[in-house]
Design a protein around this ligand. Sequence first.
Ligand SMILES: Cc1cc2nc3c(=O)[nH]c(=O)nc-3n(C[C@H](O)[C@H](O)[C@H](O)COP(=O)(O)O)c2cc1C
Length: 311
Amino acid sequence: MPADNQQQWRRYAIYPRPLAGVSSVDLSMDIFGHRIDLPVHAAASAAHGLWHPHGEVETARGVRAVGSILALSHGSTRSPAQVAPHSGPYLQQLYLPQERDVALPFITEVTGLGAIGLILTIDQIPVPFEQPFRLAGQAGAVVPHWQAYPPGTLPASSFSAADITWLTGHSELPVIVKGIMHPDDARVALDAGAGAIVVSNHGGRQFPGAATPSEVLSSVAAAVNGRVPVYVDSGICGADDVVRALCLGADAVFLGRPIVRALAAGGANAVTTLLTELRDQVASLLALAGVGNLADCGPEMLLARSGGSVQ
Ligand SMILES: Cc1cc2nc3c(=O)[nH]c(=O)nc-3n(C[C@H](O)[C@H](O)[C@H](O)COP(=O)(O)O)c2cc1C
């Protein structure tokens, strides 16, 4: 995991407030009208078939068992039709093709399958959509493969407000724009109709030298000013990082690599265990920090160490 993303979260210490008398913490939250039990969710990540024979079906089971929500990658190795019965309400991530209308049957399909939001990823120039997933180190081995778009479809090579407007105009689902890292881009996304944003540098995989989410989260959240939910990912490893993110303005966090590692290590049970432990640890930390629910988390709970600032 890129060190920058992790280190920058740790620039913030959390004030213990044990005299606040908080004995129970409510971690439940709403995502587009659906009640979710904790503010920690599974980020869209491709090719779970590389790590488990049941691929995203296994991840979905593990995530659902703890009352969290799955963001299903456009590059999943199991199809949305295979995963949706196991995930329940889920978020569908997609990339846009160069010929935008090629995406329409996919949008219609996932809407019918129970997706409750579309995550539009804007920070990756993806590989051609028909590229099969190969098992690392095993020449020629190919994992079970499914495709959102017809073979030969070319991915979009740039994004603008017009793409968000196009998607919101062609879907009844809210559009969550993933990869926002600047307050001005947040305003552009909102003006174009975004229903939520994800502050993310793609886990540091896309853009060497990119700003990290912990550095920009509070200014992006200030620009959004409560108009839509703000989610964040990249470098979140433990319950303390989750609390930092909530205090800096996130409504919830997504985990990429930690979910994939759990899937590889122990399938659905390990994914459930990871999220259950995080849930319990976040609840303990918030109680010790003196707050009993997510809405009361704020920057006053943080102490900026050298190089950090709390707005
Ligand atoms: C193996 C892997 C595959 C990923 N595939 C996708 C993808 O298909 N679509 C997408 O929007 N993001 C993808 N991501 C990025 C994640 O959604 C997320 O932004 C990132 O992993 C968060 O950082 P973290 O891994 O430090 O938690 C992927 C990440 C990983 C590690």
